[in-house]
Design a protein around this ligand. Structure first.
Ligand code: 7RM
Length: 643
């Protein structure tokens, strides 16, 4: 442990930081812990606009929380309207670059105009607070505009990542009971069009609740338009009013539902509400990214993931920042695309994932070296633990040893960053998210919920509700209780293992459940297994994550067939394609291994732990006493050696 390098903030950085020095952090943390209602109440009053003040800050009816009870506000108003009466009115709100190189700069005033027009369109078609909308779009400004327009009216949105298949889209539309889908003809990725509207067309015949589809023209490719159901965004926009005030909404009004993988095959709709979510998204932009008025902030996530919600759209815009959005891939037309963008727009704060860093690291230093990255002053990481080699490269080659790296631990469920350094206050240790933020009562505990000692491994839990926490799983309060609050009674169960060192620094080690993390995308082993067994040739499937140098984990599927005589090479190809079709391209297994049987316990449970060992170490050394047939494991391990 003593080997761990420590990087304290430079005096230069501290002197300009929003939170200066460790004592300032400790004071905030102490106040939030001792008087949470006062702490959050003061911030809510100072940092957000309210149509009506709340009657009390917090209500806890375990495990259901309410924040700013009785208060009325509006997320869109806070992200857009309130800036118009300030010097920010002509400041760039969104800087966007398309993959082909087209660009747009949208000021706060212009954003207000665009969002108001689209809100009017929705309103004039009869949509209102309480309705649910699906947003299935590429990374274009209209994606953010659609989110904000929904928020303006109180229409609960669910953004579905553009990489999801028609099946996955359909499941989300049905679960949400969506009445409208907002999409585009397609988007650009690696020089090719990713068609979106045709996927919507494939999903909709079995979604009777959907009345309208609004289609934004992005690529200009041929698209069939169903009469009465489908409408072009630009046509509806022609007559749209620019006068569409933000609705005063209850602080607990459902803002969005975002689907994420849990331990079963059925994705969970994580519900986030209004006031508490926005407050914590706003505060973390200021605390963790140390946002200054003049900063250009770039989060490279897709808007379809929670990181895009909180750190491309809601957090930065509420804080009045300039947020950058890029449509395409980091390697198009070449591996310096991101660095080209950093140079071109003089990006100051850059937030990405370890997967992306590793992929770029592999291409060598010549790509970043060809660009002037001197505008950067802060780097961020999210999605999985960052390994020392990636950290060191990011720090040295991208940050030129001048930029702190904020390693931010959080989840779809937490809504906002929970564990991360305040960069002007907390010394960094590569690989650690460092200390919990104010109001975050994080702990590492054993099976009984008791804190474990320094440097001991345990479960990462949160002891007390926080403003941006999920409120429930959409339509399934019981699952919400069971998954998050009943595993270790009274504690929020994160699903992650962690240890805390003698300085109180938290080191997140990874998931303890059957959730894989592939390029920072969450996927459950069950989701992929269910997709595989829907294929007519497959009898049984067991899926495990296998360590991968770039993506963190890669998907390895063990499959038994209904009839033994198949051409394995062809079928493997077909099954990989099948999973991509059923879930989305990012879920395509890297490897399919055929087997005559799967290792099971005497009670018939597949022992994924053994399969994990086989793909990791190519042998099995762990406890096999519950295994029914040792021969299966021996054959599987040997099969690998032949390859
Ligand atoms: C924001 C996001 C959440 C899971 C989480 C962890 C892992 C995320 C870090 C991390 C170590 C980090 N939402 N994770 N950030 N592990 N260090 N800085 O990723 O819902 O998609 O995933 O991701 O396992 O539980 S998520």
């Amino acid at each position: 442990m003593s080997e761990t390098p420590v990087y304290p903030p430079s005096p230069e950085f501290v002197s300009k930081a929003n939170v200066q020095g460790l004592e300032a952090y400790r004071e905030l943390y102490r106040r939030a812990g001792e008087r949470p209602e006062e702490f959050w109440g003061e911030l809510a009053e100072k940092e957000l606009f309210w149509f009506q003040k709340w009657s009390h800050v917090f209500e806890w009816n375990p495990p259901f929380a309410k924040w700013f009870v009785g208060g009325k506000t509006n997320v869109c108003y806070n992200c857009v309207d309130r800036h118009l009466s300030t010097p920010r009115k002509n400041k760039a709100a969104i800087i966007w670059e398309g993959e082909p190189g087209d660009q747009r700069v949208i000021t706060y005033q212009e954003l207000h105009r665009l969002v108001s027009r689209f809100s009017s369109v929705l309103k004039s078609r009869g949509y209102q607070a309480g309705d649910r909308a699906i947003i299935y779009m590429p990374m274009i400004p209209e994606a953010a505009i659609a989110m904000l327009a929904c928020a303006r009216l109180g229409i609960t949105h669910s953004v579905v990542f553009g990489g999801f298949s028609a099946e996955a889209l359909k499941a989300r539309i049905l679960d949400l009971g969506a009445v409208i889908v907002i999409t585009a003809d397609g988007g650009w990725r690696r020089g090719k069009e990713v068609k979106l509207k045709s996927v919507v067309d494939e999903a909709l015949p079995e979604c009777p609740s959907v009345r309208d589809v609004i289609v934004c023209r992005r690529t200009g490719s041929e698209t069939g338009m169903a009469a009465g159901r489908d409408h072009w965004w630009h046509e509806l926009d022609e007559n749209a009013s620019e006068d569409c005030p933000a609705e005063p909404l209850d602080s607990e009004h459902p803002l969005y539902v975002l689907y994420t993988s849990g331990t079963t095959g059925q994705p969970k709709g994580i519900l986030h509400t209004t006031g508490g979510y926005l407050l914590q998204a706003t505060m973390t932009v200021k605390w963790v990214f140390d946002l200054h008025e003049e900063d250009t902030f770039w989060c490279t996530a897709d808007i379809g993931w929670v990181t895009g919600h909180s750190y491309i759209v809601y957090g930065p815009l509420s804080a009045g920042a300039t947020t950058l959005m890029y449509e395409g891939a980091p390697d198009t037309p070449a591996f310096d695309r991101w660095w080209r963008i950093v140079e071109k727009y003089r990006v100051n704060i850059f937030y990405t994932s370890p997967t992306a860093i590793r992929a770029l690291l592999r291409q060598g230093e010549k790509w970043p070296a060809a660009h002037d990255l001197s505008s950067l002053r802060l780097l961020g990481s999210v999605g999985e633990p960052i390994n020392p080699a990636a950290w060191e490269w990011y720090y040295r080659v991208i940050g030129k040893e001048k930029c702190p790296i904020v390693d931010t631990w959080w989840q779809t469920e937490t809504g906002a960053i929970m564990i991360a350094p305040m960069p002007g206050a907390v010394a960094l240790k590569p690989g650690s998210g460092t200390l919990p933020l104010p109001g975050v009562d994080a702990d590492v505990v054993d099976f009984a919920g008791n804190p474990v000692g320094a440097d001991q491994e345990g479960f990462l839990v949160i002891r007390r509700p926080w403003p941006a926490m999920l409120r429930t799983i959409w339509g399934d309060g019981q699952r919400y209780k069971d998954q998050y609050w009943n595993r270790l009674p009274g504690l929020y169960f994160t699903g992650d293992a962690a240890r805390r060192d003698a300085d109180g620094y938290i080191w997140v080690l990874g998931r303890v459940d059957d959730v894989m993390n592939v390029s920072g995308h969450r996927l459950s082993t069950m989701e992929v297994e269910s997709a595989l067994v829907r294929h007519p040739a497959v009898a049984e499937a067991a899926v495990v994550g296998k360590p991968d140098e770039i993506t963190g984990q890669a998907i390895c599927a063990f499959v038994t067939l209904k009839s033994g005589n198949a051409d394995h090479a062809t079928l493997a190809k077909e099954l990989r394609q099948w999973v991509a079709h059923e879930i989305g391209g990012f879920a395509r297994p890297q490897e399919i291994r055929f087997s005559d049987a799967l290792p099971k316990t005497r009670s018939g449970k597949i022992m994924r732990r053994l399969l994990r060992e086989i793909v990791t170490t190519h042998s099995v050394s762990g406890d096999v006493t519950t295994l029914e047939d040792m021969g299966v494991v021996t054959r599987l391990a040997a099969q690998h050696d032949e390859e």
